[in-house]
Ligand binder design. Structure first.
Ligand code: BGC
Length: 754
């Protein structure tokens, strides 16, 4: 343990300004005079990308080797917080061995559209899943004394114009979909840092939004770490600091430090604001130096093995007409087709690109597990700009290899150049050469399994019905080749589940008409209805639904019990493995609020459990859904409320494979709605206090017409939408304008929320 570092009060204004910005691309500034060292921050998220000495941001491929764990797109599909905590811990060990104090991740932005070029770096289209898994990664990482940087805060759901675009989003979807996961991670895992995003939200840069960085993040959620800018996200440093941004990265060569000093001098920035930011940086530096370990190292083989285990748990078996797991043995033949089997696509491009410690490919790993089976290979298509490739010859060769094989495995997916940080896709199609290959191979052999490698969702609706098996392999990190072989041969029984829906067509996706916006604005017009929330509301077909994933065994659900309490809802059920293989089941708990006064999705994921069940046995699964996850954001009362009423809890093996449901009634914690003179007659009459108050006033006025109005449904329907103040203004109204204030006061005396 080192000595305590000095507080900001012992620093000059210039030193405090310096402390709150970068020294270089990856280091914060230290203050030698008082012994505050600089610390090292680097990407992240699925490996340590520490650039070699003198490396700049752009030399992305030139970093020291580190384990390339599966990127978030795969991790999200594991639906397993315990597993992700182990990944976080391993990342922490590697970061520590490289003397990295803060690893820049995890990224938990919601996959609003499949077109977002960076979806491979994000976990899910659902905030509960993103939040739980994000918290597990942070907990694991920070257990090693390395800080996380939860990113990109917030509403950074596209790459197009990402440094300027304004995400124009209403407060309910902002709170319930886009911020909810961040809130969960902040409240349950206390990341040392949060990285603010490049974009604007409703017109205000995230880096200079006091509502986002201070009111919500600190005052409401209790965040006590530092806010760091995404690299280059600061638009105006003085405004940013005042809004709650503590650390500007990377270095501005002192230019913006001088602006802070000038702002303090001319009184436009309070020195105490700078002190607060500087003290927060000092607290972070203190944590980093307290945890530093010059001797730290890690076991590369063990981490590679973990990367393989995690990758296998992240693979989603989308379809299986009895072709998997593969049978191996003398006399059997397996045709492996597709360049991706030999040249794996295992991570995405951009700032998260890791130089792996080693790299497995599926072809070698299939050969290793195939035993006495014969394995033949044909590349089928060329990757990149291979001008020597003869597409027709590659196709002919592949068909010849496929014909007559007992099993055919076709590896297709997105070429690296199709998806990256920094730009979005404009379609979700596989390359034409690959779909031609698929058509030809599917026609040549009846037992074809398609293995996909892709960071963002691809359209499968053109061929999925003709394939006998489909394995969604996402981007699986450096050990993905072995993991794919493990699943194909049944060494691992698949248990991954889709963390995002696979749409039939891009035109069906909820953000289709509002992506990526224009003239600097993108309107989140679909509101709450992101991903399955939209498809379920519109009863729309999808190729594969959110939460879907098959196993080589069969699980049966029974004994569902749902109970409500003051803390939320408790779900318990029994899951039996009635097949002959051990396996893992992901039980999903969805909640509907059928009588809600608010707009609600048909059902929303509110909890899940990932459970190992041995063949022939059964396990009790318990899922607790806390009130914080049941609450919706009431934009009238401007707070989270749990509505009183019926909550229907449905458990399922996917969002569309629902196995049972029960309803509980919750007392809720919502105060009564506030009535005003502008509230309508209908709102007044529905209100348990305001209704009788209004009726009493009408009776006192001896109004004869009211009885007739109440008795006549069509008159009532018309009157219901009239604000009370307008009715009061009518000639001869039984409610006078003078009475309005009294009525409002009487109606609201009990309305204050508990
Ligand atoms: C990315 C961040 C990354 C940072 C540092 C930015 O371009 O958006 O995710 O952590 O660069 O490389």
């Amino acid at each position: 343990m080192v000595d305590r570092l000095p507080r900001a009060s012992s620093l000059s204004t210039e030193e405090k300004a310096a402390l709150t910005s970068g020294l270089s691309f990856w280091e914060s500034k230290g203050i030698d005079r008082v012994g505050i060292p600089s610390i090292y921050l680097t990407d992240g998220p699925h490996g340590v990308r520490k650039q070699r000495e003198g490396g700049d941001h752009l030399g992305i491929g030139d970093s020291v080797p580190a384990t390339c764990f599966p990127p978030a797109v795969a991790l999200g599909s594991s639906w397993d917080a315990e597993l992700l905590e182990r990944v976080g811990k391993a990342l922490g060990e590697e970061a520590k061995a490289e003397n990295v104090g803060v690893l820049l991740g995890p990224g938990i932005n919601i996959k609003r559209s499949p077109l977002c070029g960076r979806n491979f770096e994000y976990l899910s289209e659902d905030p509960i899943l993103s939040g739980r898994l994000g918290a597990a990664l942070v907990n694991g990482l920070q257990s090693q004394g390395v800080g996380a940087s939860l990113k990109h805060f917030a509403a950074n759901n596209q790459e197009t114009d990402r440094m300027r675009v304004s995400a124009d989003v209403d407060e309910r979807p902002l709170r319930e979909i886009y911020l909810r996961g961040f809130q969960h991670v902040v409240e349950h895992a206390a990341p040392w840092t949060v990285m603010c995003s490049y974009n604007r939200i409703n017109g205000v840069y995230a880096s200079e939004d006091p509502w986002l960085l201070t009111s919500v993040l600190r005052d409401e959620w209790g965040f006590d770490g530092i806010v760091v800018s995404d690299w280059g996200a600061v638009n105006n440093r003085v405004n940013a600091l005042a809004a709650g941004l503590d650390l500007e990265m990377p270095s501005s060569n002192g230019v913006t430090d001088a602006q802070l000093v000038a702002a303090v001098a001319d009184g436009s920035l309070e020195e105490s604001t700078l002190d607060t930011a500087a003290d927060r940086i000092i607290d972070l530096v203190q944590k980093v130096v307290d945890n530093a370990d010059a001797d730290a190292d890690y076991d590369r083989d063990a981490h590679h093995a973990l990367a393989r285990e995690v990758a296998a748990r992240s693979i989603v078996l989308l379809k299986n007409d009895g072709v998997l797991p593969l049978a191996a043995g003398a006399g059997r033949s397996i045709a492996v087709i597709g360049e991706f089997a030999r040249t794996p696509r295992y991570q995405g491009a951009g700032s998260s690109q890791i130089v792996p410690t080693r790299l497995d490919n599926a072809l070698d790993e299939i050969r290793a597990l195939a035993g006495d089976s014969t394995v033949t290979f044909a590349p089928g298509y060329a990757l990149g700009a291979d001008e020597t490739a003869d597409a027709a010859a590659l196709l002919t060769e592949a068909v010849a290899v496929a014909q007559g094989a007992d099993d055919v495995l076709v590896f297709v997916g997105l070429p690296a150049e199709d998806e990256s940080e920094g730009f979005d896709r404009d379609h979700i199609e596989l390359p034409a050469a690959q779909t031609e290959l698929l058509d030809a191979v599917l026609a040549a052999n009846p037992r074809v399994t398609v293995v996909l490698s892709n960071g963002g969702v691809v359209r499968v609706s053109g061929w999925a019905d003709r394939a006998s098996g489909i394995v969604e392999g996402w981007l699986l990190g450096q050990a993905g080749g072995g993991a794919v072989a493990d699943v194909l041969f049944g060494v691992v029984n698949p248990s991954g589940r889709l963390a995002e829906s696979i749409p039939v067509r891009i035109e069906d996706t909820p953000a289709f008409l509002n992506f990526p916006g224009e003239n600097g604005h993108v309107r989140y017009g679909e509101g709450l209805f992101v991903g399955y929330r939209d498809y379920d509301a519109r009863k729309a077909a999808v190729s594969f639904p959110f939460g879907h994933g098959l196993s080589y065994t069969t699980f049966e659900y029974s004994g569902l019990e749902v109970t409500g309490s003051a803390d939320g809802i408790d779900v318990s059920l029994t899951v039996a493995n009635i097949g002959d293989r051990d396996g893992r089941e992901v039980v999903q708990a969805y909640v509907s609020v059928p009588g809600s006064a608010a707009t609600r999705p048909v059902r929303e994921l509110k909890g899940f459990a990932n459970v190992a069940v041995a063949a022939g046995s059964a396990e009790t699964v318990r899922i607790h859904i806390p009130n914080e996850d049941l609450a919706y954001f009431d934009t009238d009362q401007r707070e989270w409320v749990v509505e009183a009423g019926d909550y229907e809890v449905t458990v399922g093996a996917s969002s569309r494979d629902l196995r049972g449901s029960q309803t509980v009634t919750l007392a809720g914690d919502a105060g009564l709605p506030i009535l005003t003179a502008e509230s309508t007659i209908g709102e007044w009459l529905k209100h348990p206090v305001g209704g009788p108050v209004l009726m009493g006033a009408l009776a006192q006025a001896g109004d004869q017409g009211v009885g007739a109005m109440l008795a006549d449904p069509s008159l009532m329907r018309m009157a219901e939408s009239m604000p009370l103040s307008r009715v009061a203004a009518f000639p001869g109204s039984p409610v006078t304008a003078e009475q309005l204030d009294q009525l409002v006061a009487a109606a609201n005396c009990a309305s204050v929320p508990a």
